[in-house]
Ligand binder design. Structure first.
Ligand code: YNC
Ligand code: MG
Length: 399
């Protein structure tokens, strides 16, 4: 019955599509509490300092043991420390939006929630938002209404900085999704996925036939395809912003953000988070296309051998063919690019490439042998009313 959510500035399930887009509630900063809400006896609020390796490792440990699992509790996301560095220290990040809860006695981190600043475009409006992610409560503290307290505290901290809207995703249904995507999976190492229980053997098929089905060429086919470099940032940003403008809702990227999200490198090169490639026309030196994917492993929970599923997630991409107004040409180009993305992900040793039903993905999912998963991802806005949207958002907030 959504005891907490019905008190929040979000549309209820019954609400009609609004006449006009805009905030649900006007916030007066003067009236926002300067104090956090009371914490349960024995626990305290903390601001995490993720520049400190030890504190980053504490967030990593909490999430790797207690974050999102599938419905059967077979797999759990294992966001790496370099992923957290990437996702939580995006341009404009604030330490106050990395909120933790510790036990007073032992100082153990038992809960976390985060936000990063994002300029969101909803149709033709640009909104200053906080992207909320990594809400996590230790398994022993579940169902004690701690989640609403964490949400209220991150809300207070956003309001204090003059950010009155937020975007977030969840696998669960809350009032009220503005968009819903489905997960699709493309096997790269079918046998491994079968062995760990991720992929079933379809009725009437054989292991050999499944392996053959997903076999890929060893080299890419697109002329002019190469890893993205810093010199490409301006062209990629221009292409991406134009490409995303075709959707109802997307992040509005600055050049600094494109560099961060597509070219991030961490101290340890073994922990690469994001892979980005461009297609450069050799005649004009123009970047005509790009695509990217990021790495997010899942722990196989009850596996004796402690294996992980090495998953790549399709991230942003764009192509000039999108502006030529020929659907067939766009479809063919995207299929060529995505086939190369699969080849490169396979080369980088990933077991599977995952994608959501957003952007132009429906144009290639089937042809590239992606299969529908059981997971859904619902998108939400906090304190903003708008009609349902077709998404151009990235789904990086996996849940
Ligand atoms: C969820 N995922 O409905 P009602 S996604 C939001 N997002 O409230 P309790 C959630 N709300 O129904 P538990 C939620 N899941 O009574 C549950 N809720 O109104 C609501 N799992 O609280 C739920 N991470 O503390 C109910 O539940 C209330 O102990 C119940 O804690 C929940 O990061 C949770 O899936 C999810 O760690 C923390 O189960 C816990 O079960 C857990 O009794 C594993 O809570 C990890 C997991 C969630 C990943 C994510 C996005 C979070 C968005 C939060 C909303 C942000 C709003 C915008 C704020 C900024 C505003 C500005 C400006
Ligand atoms: Mg709780």
């Amino acid at each position: 019955s959504y005891k907490f959510w019905q008190t929040q500035p979000v549309p209820s399930f019954e609400d009609k599509s609004p006449q006009e887009d805009g905030p649900i509630k006007v916030i007066d900063i003067e009236r926002v509490s300067k104090q956090p809400p009371p914490m349960v006896e024995g626990f305290e609020w903390v601001t995490m300092n993720l520049e400190d390796e030890k504190e980053l490792a504490e967030v990593y440990d909490l999430l790797s043991n207690h974050y999102v699992e599938d419905d059967e509790a077979m797999f759990r996301f294992n966001y790496s420390s370099s992923f957290l560095n990437w996702a939580l220290k995006a341009p404009g990040w604030r330490k106050e939006w990395h909120v933790g809860v510790r036990t007073t006695q032992s100082r153990k981190l038992v809960a976390f929630i985060s936000g990063i600043p994002v300029t969101l475009r909803v149709r033709n409006q640009k909104i200053n938002t906080s992207e909320i992610n990594f809400l996590c409560i230790h398994k022993k503290l579940r169902s004690k209404r701690l989640a609403p307290t964490l949400i209220k505290e991150i809300t207070r901290r956003c309001y204090l900085e003059g950010t009155f809207q937020a975007i977030y995703t969840a696998g669960v249904i809350l009032p009220t999704p503005i968009s819903t995507c489905r997960y699709f999976h493309r096997s790269l190492d079918w046998e491994k996925l079968y062995d760990v229980g991720f992929s079933p053997l379809p009725h009437g098929s054989t292991k050999q036939r499944q392996i053959l089905k997903y076999k890929l060429p060893t080299t890419t086919a697109t002329h002019g395809l190469r890893p993205m470099q810093k010199k490409d940032v301006a062209q990629v940003q221009d292409l991406l912003v134009r490409y995303l403008a075709r959707t109802d809702m997307s992040q509005e990227f600055s050049q600094e953000e494109v560099e961060h999200w597509l070219l991030h490198t961490d101290d340890s090169p073994n922990d690469q988070v994001v892979w980005s490639y461009v297609v450069e026309d050799p005649a004009s030196n123009k970047v005509t296309d790009f695509f990217s994917f990021y790495s997010l492993e899942s722990t196989v929970i009850r596996d004796r051998a402690n294996r992980v599923v090495k998953a790549a997630y399709l991230y942003y991409y764009a192509t000039e063919t999108a502006f030529e107004g020929e659907d067939k040409k766009l479809k063919a180009r995207l299929n060529a690019l995505m086939k190369d993305a699969l080849i490169l992900a396979k080369k980088a040793n990933f077991d599977v490439l995952n994608a959501l039903t957003l952007l132009d993905n429906p144009l290639f999912l089937e042809e590239q042998k992606f299969g529908a998963g059981d997971g859904q991802l619902h998108y939400y806005l906090y304190n903003y009313r708008t009609a349902p949207v077709a998404g151009g958002i990235d789904g990086k907030n996996q849940a």
